[in-house]
Design a protein around this ligand. Structure first.
Ligand code: SF4
Ligand code: SF4
Length: 433
C-alpha cells in the first residue's frame, strides 16, 4: 500500500478527493456531502494535546504507528480488544472477528499501563472491545481493573447478545455504577438492514438488551453503523428511540468505512459521510434537529461532530446550540470525547471568555446540576436531562486524508505496547490485514 497525493474539489455542495495512482489510475472519492459544514468546521479546529510517543519517524505516516512523533493528538479514547472471538459474523466487521483468542489479564493490565503512562494527565476513556468482549472469561475483572487504574470512564463495547440472555451478568455490570457505560451496537430494527450488516436479524436481542440495561440503570450509548442504501433511512427512528428511552444517554452514528470483512468498495455512491448523516438527521426528525445544531468536536473537527439536547420540564428536547453559541466556547472545550457536558467544558476557561452572555447561560444550566448534593444525584440528573448525538467517521484507503489521520484521537492499544489510530489500525496495522 502506498500514499498518493490528492486534491479536494467542490462539486455542487459536496466535497470530493481526486487522486491519481500510477498503478490504479484516476480515482474520485466522496469526502463530505455538505460543503458548507466542511468549510465552517475549520473555525472550530484547536491544536492537539501532547502525549508520550512509542515509535520513531522512519517510513512516514501512516506507516510509523504509533504513536509516532508526527501524530498531532493525544488519546481521547484508548481501546483494548480483549479478544477476537465473537458470537456474530457481521459481514461489515472491521476486525473480521470470529473464532479467536482471549488476552490474559496480565497482558491487558500491561496495555492499560501503556495508555496511562503515555498521557501527561489522568487518562479519560478506556473502551473494552473485541471481537465480543463479554465472551472473555475474565470480563468483569477486566472492567474492575480499568476502574481501579483510575480511568474516568470505562466503556464496554458490545453487540448485546450476552446482555439479552444473561440477566445475572447485567446485574453484575450494574454494580460498577458511576464511570461505567455500555456502548451498545444498535443499527436500528429493520430486519433487512440487520441481515445485511450483522448477518441475521438480531432486532429482538437488541430490544431485550436495552430493556435489561435500562432496567438495571446502566448508562448506555447506542452505536449505529450507517451504510448507504441499507439503514440510512432509519437514522431518525434511531434518534427518536434513544430519546424515548430513559437511561439511554446518547446515540453515536458511524458512517461505514471500507475495511475488515467489507468487500472492496466499487463505487463512491456507496459511501455515506459525516455530513450526510447530519443531513439525514435533519430530514428524518421533523424539525427536532437541524444541521445547524451540530458542531465539530474541536479536538478532531474532520472526524467528529456532535450536539447535546436538554430536556425541558414538559419532556420536550431542546438542542443546546439553539440556546448557546458553542463557538464562544472553543477556547474552553477540552480536547476530549467526554460524555457529560461538564466533562467537556473547562468551566474556569469558559468564565474567561470575552462574551459573557453565552457562558453565563451555560453556567446557569450547569449550576442546576452543581446544586445537587451527591454524585449519584448529579449523575442521575445528567442521565435524565442531557442527550448526546455524535457522529464519528473513519478513514479508509479510499477517503484517506493524512492531515485528518494525524488528528485522530481514538487509539487502539496493542499488546506490544503501541497506540495506533483506529483508522490506521484497521487499514494497515491489524494483523489480519
Ligand atoms: S497515523 Fe499518527 S501515529 Fe500513525 S504514522 Fe501517522 S502520525 Fe504517526
Ligand atoms: S462487528 Fe462486532 S459483533 Fe460483529 S462480528 Fe465484528 S466484533 Fe462481532
Amino acid at each position: 500500500m502506498k500514499c498518493v497525493s490528492a486534491k479536494m474539489v467542490q462539486r455542487k455542495n459536496a466535497i470530493y478527493l481526486e487522486k491519481y495512482c500510477t498503478i490504479h489510475g484516476s480515482q474520485t472519492e466522496l469526502l463530505e456531502e455538505d460543503a458548507d459544514y466542511f468549510i465552517k468546521r475549520r473555525g472550530f479546529d484547536k491544536p492537539g494535546t501532547d502525549c508520550r510517543r512509542q515509535t520513531k519517524t522512519k517510513k512516514g505516516c501512516p506507516f510509523d504507528c504509533g504513536l509516532c512523533p508526527q501524530h498531532a493528538q493525544h488519546t481521547c479514547i484508548g481501546l483494548i480488544e480483549v479478544t477476537n472471538t465473537c458470537d456474530l459474523r457481521c459481514p461489515m466487521c472491521y476486525a473480521a472477528s470470529g473464532v479467536g483468542e482471549f488476552l490474559s489479564l496480565e497482558v491487558i493490565e500491561r496495555m492499560m499501563n501503556v495508555y496511562i503512562d503515555s498521557e501527561f494527565e489522568p487518562p479519560e476513556i478506556l473502551q473494552i472491545s473485541g471481537g465480543e468482549p463479554t465472551l472473555h472469561p475474565n470480563i468483569l475483572e477486566i472492567i474492575d481493573l480499568g476502574r481501579k487504574k483510575g480511568f474516568k470512564y470505562v466503556m464496554l463495547n458490545t453487540n448485546g447478545l450476552r446482555l439479552a440472555k444473561d440477566e445475572e451478568f447485567v446485574r453484575k455490570l450494574a454494580a460498577f455504577d458511576r464511570g461505567f457505560e455500555v456502548y451498545l451496537q444498535f443499527d436500528g430494527l429493520n430486519p433487512k438492514a440487520l441481515r445485511r450488516l450483522r448477518g441475521k436479524d438480531v432486532g429482538a436481542e437488541k430490544k431485550r438488551a436495552i430493556e435489561r440495561l435500562t432496567h438495571h440503570r446502566i448508562p448506555t450509548t447506542l452505536v449505529a453503523t450507517i451504510a448507504h442504501g441499507v439503514n440510512d433511512g432509519d437514522i431518525g427512528a434511531i434518534v427518536k428511540l434513544g430519546l424515548d428511552i430513559p437511561g439511554i444517554r446518547g446515540v453515536n452514528f458511524q458512517p461505514m468505512a471500507f475495511f475488515g470483512r467489507m468487500p472492496d468498495k466499487v463505487s463512491t455512491q456507496e459511501r455515506i459521510t459525516l455530513t450526510g448523516i447530519i443531513q439525514r438527521i435533519e430530514e428524518q426528525t421533523e424539525g427536532l434537529l437541524q444541521k445547524s445544531d451540530f458542531v465539530p468536536l474541536p479536538c478532531d473537527v474532520d472526524r467528529v461532530a456532535l450536539t447535546y439536547l436538554r430536556k425541558e420540564k414538559m419532556g420536550k428536547w431542546i438542542p443546546l446550540p439553539r440556546e448557546i453559541d458553542l463557538r464562544q466556547f472553543v477556547p474552553a472545550i477540552k480536547n476530549t470525547f467526554a460524555f457529560a457536558l461538564d466533562d467537556a467544558i473547562d468551566i474556569k476557561a469558559a468564565r474567561g471568555c470575552d462574551c459573557f452572555k453565552g457562558p453565563l447561560r451555560l453556567m446557569n444550566l450547569l449550576a442546576d446540576t452543581a446544586l445537587l448534593r451527591t454524585l449519584q444525584q448529579r449523575a442521575k440528573y445528567l442521565n435524565e436531562n442531557l442527550f448526546r448525538i455524535s457522529i464519528t467517521s473513519f478513514l479508509d484507503a479510499y477517503n484517506f486524508d493524512l492531515k485528518a489521520m494525524q488528528k485522530e484521537c481514538v487509539h487502539v492499544i496493542t499488546p506490544d505496547g503501541r497506540k495506533i489510530p483506529f483508522s490506521a489500525y484497521n487499514m494497515i496495522h491489524r494483523k489480519a490485514v
